[in-house]
Design a protein around this ligand. Structure first.
Ligand SMILES: Nc1ncnc2c1ncn2[C@@H]1O[C@H](COP(=O)(O)OP(=O)(O)OP(=O)(O)O)[C@@H](O)[C@H]1O
Length: 692
């Protein structure tokens, strides 16, 4: 490749690349048209000759058609990747000279690879390729990367970044300037979008390490608000799909996501990276699946909503008791107790058959370790199979079935809800189990019961899932992880932030999770990319235990507006909304503590402004504009500007409120305002509390 030094040469190179990509697209177009004609032709042939073709010929034709369909689909996928590349072929370049080479080679890096067949070399390298890691991990100077044939040592002589849109270069930045910072600053200053974007051009070194980690069976990422956990986890999925093409497809990956809006919000990232969308499921669906026909239950969202307004200490005690590893251990002891003491063998006597209880007990003991249901089945089959009638003959099917049924009945009860209730009598704390309505569990009982069911009946599991991604890890209890470990034996990426719990009574820390996954690797991310340093400094004062570090991006100081009364507060919020509409910002989140507050505010604002929307747990999509929502529903999302209304001392006073206020403030990218009347929250600094 000719040496490309100047910006003019780069522009020419880009033009050439775009031309080649367009040619490749035309060829692909032709190939797709051809595949289509072949499929139609083959189908027509089979139909017209259906009477003459024997079954073997017909089957062979069908296979041919399928092969053509598959080839066509591959071409269509390649076409969609190339169309993206046509608009933005690459975003980076590293010139690398390996120690055993004489000349440096320029490697252009893009969202997907593009090969130029004539010189058999990649003209553009996929960002996930081994060589591309140089771009993320090093500045100019000594560098190395891991190739399939081993470690390659060498030197980077040049590093450039480009922003190319619609096949035109908007800018190019040379390595002599601090490229990472400059390009990153530009990216972060943009306004928000309805959907999360890929960050492929500005992945940071510490993020790249997580994305390319291929060795951990469980990888736990604890990262402060806005540190890119979700983005990084999705890029990691794309990386793993690339790295393990032959054995891993998008169908083998599952995301456990907190709600539908979040799922919609992140739904663009993988397609942007040229991968297919992957399936998502919530803990509610897992529970509903496991508990179908057994009982109904309160959801996590309902539990959090209740806690936000509750002063019932017994409720928090019940939640706390069931949140940690000690509780799991007690349940384990209890299950052992149930499996031994609920089985009461008795002698069996039918007309010409008898079995004594010791024999049954021995058979039951022989299958120790299995879930109770399987144990009973095994005991019943083993006894009925080896028992003989008084003449020494094998039992008839009907007698064998009677014996099996009799043995299964020797287990005191198979009613899971009754057994679960017994647990609280067993530990001497019957007051800790409370049904909401007949056969309706509190949320804190849902996963203990699911776990009991798994241990009693065995887990069906999700064998097709080879990688599980769990977001918002802090919101799940230890027993939820124990359930996950039983249902999903595969590799896992688990991410979250201990400071963003919406229910601090049952949140899990890394230490809790390490008890479930002792072999897990853990990584921490401290730098926040979402918000300006003014917003981060403010948020950290609210929650000093957060180790959040701001990136050097400046904006306005968060405003605290003290209002005369409720009416004045509404007026001020109206003013702030009007200001947004005049600005370039695309999203404004008005984030309330409770659903009732959000609904009330939504009603009031929408009296004058019909364009405002309410986002709650029944919403399916995240949309642009002014959104009124709750902290819980806003988790994982971000807005150009955020208003936190009713930020007074009665609304934000407990440790749970502190956590909610911190989450609300860290949703803001560029500007933040808090309004209140009456007393200011004690979470503000002394100076802020004096604001008039
Ligand atoms: N390397 C990066 N380059 C550009 N933008 C980035 C980078 N890392 C993160 N961001 C941006 O920072 C914002 C926060 O990212 P993300 O939502 O993934 O963080 P998070 O840690 O999951 O946040 P939270 O826990 O607060 O919901 C997003 O707008 C994302 O695009």
């Amino acid at each position: 490749m000719a040496v490309i030094e100047t910006e003019a040469q780069e522009r020419l190179h880009l033009e050439e690349m775009v031309t080649r990509i367009r040619q490749a697209l035309e060829e692909l177009d032709e190939r797709i048209r051809h595949a289509k004609d072949e499929i139609i032709g083959a189908k027509k042939y089979v139909w017209e000759n259906r009477d003459q073709l024997d079954p073997a010929e017909r089957a062979a034709n069908v296979v041919d058609i399928w092969l053509s369909v598959e080839q066509g689909e591959t071409s269509v996928m390649r076409q969609s990747r190339l169309q993206k590349l046509e608009s933005s072929p690459y975003f980076g370049r590293v010139d690398f000279i390996a120690d055993d080479q004489e000349r440096a080679q320029a490697y252009y890096i893009g969202v997907t690879a593009f090969g130029v067949e004539a010189d058999q070399e990649n003209a553009i390298y996929d960002w996930r390729s081994p060589i591309a890691s140089l771009f993320y991990d090093y500045q100019v100077g000594p560098a190395h990367y891991t190739a399939p044939e081993g470690e390659i040592e060498g030197k980077i002589g040049l590093k450039r970044q480009y922003r190319i849109r619609e096949s035109k270069m908007e800018y190019m930045i040379e390595s002599s300037m601090n490229i990472n910072d400059d390009v990153l600053q530009k990216e972060l200053s943009r306004t928000s979008d309805e959907k999360m974007k890929d960050i492929v051009a500005t992945i940071q070194k510490e993020q790249n390490e997580i994305i390319r980690n291929d060795s951990s069976h469980e990888l736990i990422i604890q990262g402060v608000a806005g540190s890119g956990k979700t983005s990084v986890a999705l890029h990691r999925v794309a990386y793993l799909l690339y790295r393990h093409k032959a054995t891993l497809t998008s169908r083998n990956i599952l995301i456990i996501s907190p709600n539908n809006v979040f799922s919609d919000y992140i739904s663009n990232v993988l397609p942007e990276l040229g991968e297919e969308q992957i399936a998502e499921v919530g803990f509610n669906e897992i529970a509903a699946n496991e508990l179908a026909g057994i009982c109904e239950f309160q959801t996590f969202y309902e539990q959090v909503s209740e806690l936000a307004v509750s002063t019932d200490d017994s409720l928090t005690e019940r939640i706390r008791y069931k949140a940690k590893m000690d509780f799991v251990r007690r349940i384990e002891d209890f299950i052992e107790h149930v499996s031994q003491s609920y089985f009461c063998p008795m002698d069996i006597h039918f007309q010409d058959v008898s079995v004594d209880r010791e024999q049954i007990w021995d058979a039951y003991q022989a299958s120790a370790g299995l879930p109770v249901k399987l144990r009973l089945e095994k005991t019943a089959s083993s006894i009925s199979g080896r028992t003989r009638d008084t003449d020494g003959g094998k039992l008839t099917t009907s007698t064998a079935n009677k014996i099996k049924a009799a043995i299964k009945k020797m287990f005191r009860t198979q009613n899971l809800l009754a057994i679960y209730k017994d647990f609280y009598a067993y530990v001497g704390r019957p007051e800790l189990f409370k049904l909401r309505k007949p056969r309706t569990l509190e949320f804190s009982d849902v996963f203990p019961l699911v776990y009991l069911k798994i241990r009693m009946e065995g887990a069906k599991g999700y064998a097709e899932v080879k990688h599980l991604l769990v977001d918002e890890m802090q919101d799940y209890t230890v027993i939820q992880y124990v359930v996950l470990a039983s249902l999903f034996k595969c590799k896992k990426t688990i991410l979250g932030d201990g400071n963003q719990s919406v229910n601090p009574y049952s949140s899990s820390s890394i230490a809790d999770m390490k008890q479930v996954f002792p072999e897990a690797d853990t990584v921490e991310l401290f730098k926040s990319y979402r918000s300006t340093s003014e917003i981060i400094t403010f948020a950290q004062r609210i929650n000093p235990s957060s180790k959040i570090v701001a990136i050097k991006r400046h904006g306005t100081t968060p405003q605290i507006r003290r209002c005369e009364n409720e009416e004045d507060e509404m007026f001020r919020i109206g003013e702030l909304v009007a200001q947004l509409k005049e600005s370039e910002c695309r999203t404004l989140g008005i984030i309330c503590k409770t659903q009732a507050q959000a609904e009330m505010l939504y009603e009031k604002i929408s009296e004058n402004d019909r364009s405002v929307s309410l986002l709650d747990f029944s919403s399916e999509k995240f949309i642009e504009g002014v959104i009124v929502t709750t902290v819980h529903a806003a988790k994982g999302l971000e807005f150009d500007k955020v208003i936190v209304p009713f930020a007074d001392s009665s609304n934000y006073k407990t440790e749970m409120d502190r956590s909610l206020l911190y989450i609300a403030c860290t949703r803001a990218m560029h500007a933040l305002a808090l309004t209140f009347h009456a007393e200011p929250s004690s979470f503000y600094s002394e100076a802020e509390r004096q604001i008039r």
